[in-house]
Design a binder for this molecule. Structure first.
Ligand code: GAP
Length: 506
């Protein structure tokens, strides 16, 4: 298999060639960091949404859904802190003219030191074998200790500088670490400036009446401002959750890595309202539950890890990311945040409306605390795609590209393929298609040799191909081919539906 950078390029071009993801406005040379999902991509995306919704809403009696508007009252963003604090510090390189997030330049530098530590550990594991005590090694090895100290020192400067909005200090850190522009290799940097990530637009047709409103940068606030509506209309008792899937918009400074960081993207968020004091228990619960969800898709555990936040946002008392190993390294896929009563408290203050819960057990009203799970739909899509992409050499020396997408998420579940375009085979295949398409996303294809059709379906991740041949006309059986093993079995037409439904459950 190619190295990771090549692999990532292959995944991106495969995604385009097979109708998963297209650059937005491509015929006009594209729009930076905005993407469209094609015929297979939109199906995969829809299936991921359904899988998430089922596990969060359908399987939890105390979690309900919501579909709030993208446009909201502008004061919401004042209350949530986004108007004043949803900023990223940016810096430009004077030679390459490339713009970077200043904190990310430093974080990338830290990641390089961490990789050095990991390499030391790996070397030691090899050297000492079973008797290796990793904890002791990390606590005593001089090279590891020096690197750990470096990391600590940098963090002790970066985090307070970020908290205090000390842009000069952030620039100084970049200079002191001699961080160079990855494109030009130059260390000639502009000042660090703050950049608000929200897109704004005007509501109202006359400019003097116009009101600046924002495209929501997260779906969560739509949930908070509807907390009381849902609680009262649904007679919800604490603890309970509200889940929502929807678009979010951020004017990202550096948009890179394909659909990893986009300016228009989708989030799947759930806010879980709990009694104050119980939030850490629920935070731990959701951390574990969300990790289980990821693993339920059959991707190995080694591809995921938790990253517990040391530096907490002002509204959080605990936070962690679930990171996934993308082709460009471990990066955030989902966040689990214990957000205290910050959001409801702020909306209560700014709106002047009480956002409380009357707890019949203690006969008291209070503002609930909130534990949030927030996952990017597009990032989940990219995780699935990059894990699924695989190139295989077959016994006959030929090669195939196969997308090992979990069957439950596959864009097309079943391909119906008459072996030839004659002798009533298409007619029979169409009859089977008409029955199966009621329950499953199916595709009928009669063009090209059967081998080429199998390859096409391997490439979009279709888990099952049904082939109708001359024997079908005689004994009402077909072959069913498994995408991963390429094994074919003969089964009765009347059993196809049940067999596929059963296998898709796995
Ligand atoms: N309500 C909390 C919140 O929005 P976040 O960590 O800023 O938290 C949550 O975003 C998730 O949304 C991230 O873990 C990521 O998967 C996704 N996300 C954030 N920014 C994104 C972007 N520019 N493009 C694609 N996905 C993004």
């Amino acid at each position: 298999m190619a190295n990771n950078e090549d692999l990532f390029k292959k995944i991106i071009s495969h995604a385009k060639e097979y109708g998963f993801v297209f650059q937005s406005s491509e015929i006009y040379d594209g729009l930076s960091a905005v993407y469209d999902y094609g015929q297979n991509g939109s199906e995969l995306k829809k299936n991921i949404k359904e899988y998430w919704w089922k596990s969060m809403v359908q399987y939890h009696e105390n979690i309900v859904g919501l579909d709030s508007a993208i446009f909201m009252h502008p004061t919401i963003w004042k209350a949530s802190g986004h108007v004043d604090a949803f900023n990223d510090p940016m810096i430009d390189n004077k030679d390459s003219k490339k713009r970077y997030r200043a904190d990310v330049l430093v974080e990338d530098y830290l990641a390089k030191i961490e990789t050095k530590i990991e390499k030391e550990v790996k070397k030691a594991v090899k050297r000492f074998g079973e008797s290796f005590d990793q904890e002791q090694f990390v606590a005593t090895n001089p090279r590891v200790l020096v690197n750990k100290e470096k990391i600590e020192n940098i963090k002790n400067r970066l985090y307070p500088a970020m908290d205090n909005n000390d842009l000069a200090e952030i620039k100084k850190i970049i200079e002191d670490l001699e961080i160079a522009c990855p494109v030009s290799g130059s260390r000639s940097w502009t000042k660090v400036r703050q950049f608000n990530l929200m897109f704004s637009t005007q509501m109202g047709s006359l400019s003097e009446d116009a009101n600046e409103i924002f495209l929501r940068p997260e779906t969560a606030q739509g949930i908070f401002v509807n907390y009381l509506n849902v609680q009262k209309s649904g007679r919800m008792k604490l603890p309970f959750g509200i889940a929502q899937i929807g678009k979010a918009f951020r004017n990202e400074i550096v948009a890179r890595q394909f659909i990893f960081r986009m300016r228009e993207f989708e989030q799947m968020e759930m806010q879980f309202f709990v009694k104050p004091g119980e939030e850490i228990k629920w935070y731990e619960y959701w951390k574990e539950a969300r990790m289980k969800w990821h693993l339920s898709l059959g991707i190995p555990k080694s591809k995921f890890r938790f990253h517990n936040h040391e530096k907490l946002a002002h509204y959080a008392n605990a936070a962690a990311d679930i990171e996934f190993e993308f082709p460009f390294g471990f990066k955030e896929l989902e966040g689990i945040h214990s957000r205290t009563d910050f959001d409801l408290g702020a909306h209560q203050k700014f709106s002047g409306k009480k956002l409380q819960y009357f707890d019949p057990e203690i006969n008291e009203s209070y503002v609930p605390y909130v534990v949030e799970t927030s996952i990017g739909l597009d990032r989940t899509f990219l995780a699935i795609l990059s894990h699924a992409y695989s190139e295989e050499k077959l016994e006959d020396g030929s090669e195939r590209v196969i997308m090992k997408i979990p069957p439950v998420l596959a864009p097309v579940k079943v391909a119906i393929l008459p072996l030839m375009k004659k002798d009533e085979l298409p007619k029979k295949a169409r009859e089977i298609m008409d029955v199966l398409k009621v329950d499953h996303m199916c595709q009928y294809e009669e063009k090209d040799a059967i081998g080429r059709r199998y390859r096409r379906h391997d490439a979009i991740g279709t888990p099952y191909c049904i082939t109708v041949d001359h024997q079908t006309l005689e004994d009402q059986t077909v072959t069913i081919r498994d995408r991963d093993t390429m094994k074919q079995e003969r089964i009765a037409i009347e059993k196809i539906s049940g067999i596929i439904a059963e296998r898709l459950k796995k």
